[in-house]
Design a protein around this ligand. Sequence first.
Ligand SMILES: [Zn+2]
Length: 246
Amino acid sequence: MPKSTPAHKTNSSKGELILIEDVRVLLFRKSIRHSYIGIHPPHGEVRVTCPARTSRAEVVAFISEKLSWIRKHKYSLQRILPETPFKFQNGERHFYFGKAHTLNVFLGNHRLAYFHPETDSIRLVCREADSTERRAAVVYKMYFSKLKEVLTILLPKWCTRLGLPLPQFQIRSMKSRWGSCHTNRNKIVMNLELVKYDLSLIEYVLVHELVHFKAPNHGPNFKQLMTEYLPDWKVRLDSLKRGIKS
Ligand SMILES: [Zn+2]
């Protein structure tokens, strides 16, 4: 039975804080008929909205029933999104293909980001007045083209091994999944955030999505194929789940 601690009254517009086991929930009471739960990016804040006259015991029961769902979605958001948003300033450490590199910012009249092997750093050229978003966009443009380069090599290699025709692939920023497979459109989607992870983990996600062309769900057939083609897939999956990038 999940344990709950007494609610702490907070600013009513910000909701009432309830702690159930390791999960912090913000409770909002409104004139609605049914309770609902939402998990909000960027940090996986859990918000429950319930009818105004719901008792505390009912609220706790409602949340307790959904704890495993909450954990699954909350932590999947947390492990993909960085805890502290970067400002893209000189000296920050950014992960790139499984290794943390220093970001060196240079001011110039153009905008460009590239990996500089001699200093093992990521170099960002931008204008002094550029906002965090603008700087991030320059770095992410580089991330996108580098991840695309890697996948352009890995994808045909794995399609040959698996005996699959080459699907289309797309790279997108996604908040709660590493990849997805759309068998009906012969397409896979890979999360741009994977560029921060080691190649072996990018490869795991790619093989996972490709295996879905042969086994649509995660049943025994899927697991058997994964073991056949990528014997250490469970270790790689575990690293991804725990947010270990290297
Ligand atoms: Zn899957």
